[in-house]
Design a protein around this ligand. Structure first.
Ligand code: OAD
Length: 236
């Protein structure tokens, strides 16, 4: 991994965002103006939206399931899978994305801090389970087989706490390098990881076509698409 300047003992923490899936045809949040069918994404991705209109929320996530199923992983997803194979336990991948393109690109261990598109959970029992269903007809929304309560997408909505934050901070503390790919740096706590890393003296690298909002915390900004730059890192 000489393209990233890594030594054999270095440990790499990777954070990805919607930009890594852009070249697979999945719209980024800010790129689409943050809008879906005239709604702001925040209006359909909050606990309040779920309480007010679960059919609308399921409609949105059913569409996202369809879009993800119709897309394929790209060279950037595959490059990260190759890095994982080469580095083993010295590599950690945390994604804000809820799609499964990292896994389909060959990554073995992926932490989905904002949840997973192809999982749902009963809002009372809270246990996530695999679910590839589409609930676009408001009359047939899913309910829990055990308790009958409503089943919701296993997604971290605005105002909710991302998954396994302690593990993330522990991995960050144990790393020497942080590589951030395709995220605007606008949603916390993920946008703050690089600031923590920077204060601790870790080497921080950003990959994407434009500078993120938290650009000041990066040592190295590589402007370009994820597929171009990450494939180049492997060539080394
Ligand atoms: P954004 O839509 O905010 O940002 C996408 C970033 O990808 C932008 O900075 C683009 O410049 C960059 N980008 C576009 N094309 C790219 C390419 N080909 N290669 C690399 N980068 C590219 O998406 P996120 O930062 O991921 O949260 O959004 C963060 C969170 O906000 C999401 O996880 C979601 C959202 O609301 C929740 O749902 C909780």
């Amino acid at each position: 991994m000489s393209g990233l300047g890594l030594l054999p003992t270095d440990r790499l923490f990777v954070l990805t965002g919607a930009g890594i899936s852009a070249e697979s045809g999945l719209a980024t949040f800010r790129g689409s103006g943050g809008l879906w069918n005239g709604y702001r994404v925040e209006q359909v991705a909050t606990p309040e939206a779920w309480q007010a209109d679960p059919a609308l929320v399921w409609n949105f996530y059913s569409m996202r399931r369809r879009d993800a199923l119709a897309s394929e992983p790209n060279a950037a997803h595959r490059a990260l899978a190759t890095m994982e194979k080469q580095m083993g336990d010295r590599f950690y991948l945390c994604t804000q994305n809820v799609d499964d393109l990292h896994e389909r690109g060959g990554s073995l261990r992926v932490h989905h801090m904002h949840g997973s598109l192809f999982e749902s959970r009963c809002e009372r029992c809270e246990v996530p389970f695999a679910d590839r269903g589409f609930y676009e007809d408001g009359n047939t929304l899913p309910t829990c087989k055990d308790c009958g309560a409503a089943v919701r997408p296993h997604i971290v909505w605005f105002g909710e706490i991302p998954l396994a934050m302690e593990e993330i901070y522990a991995k960050l503390a144990a790393s020497t390098h942080v590589l951030v790919v395709g995220t605007s740096g606008s949603v916390y706590p993920a946008a703050g990881f690089v600031q923590i890393a920077n204060q601790r003296g870790l080497k921080t690298i950003y990959v994407g076509p434009e500078e993120p909002l938290n650009a000041g915390a990066f040592d190295d900004i590589r402007l370009g698409t994820a597929t171009e730059i990450l494939s180049g890192c492997l060539d080394g």
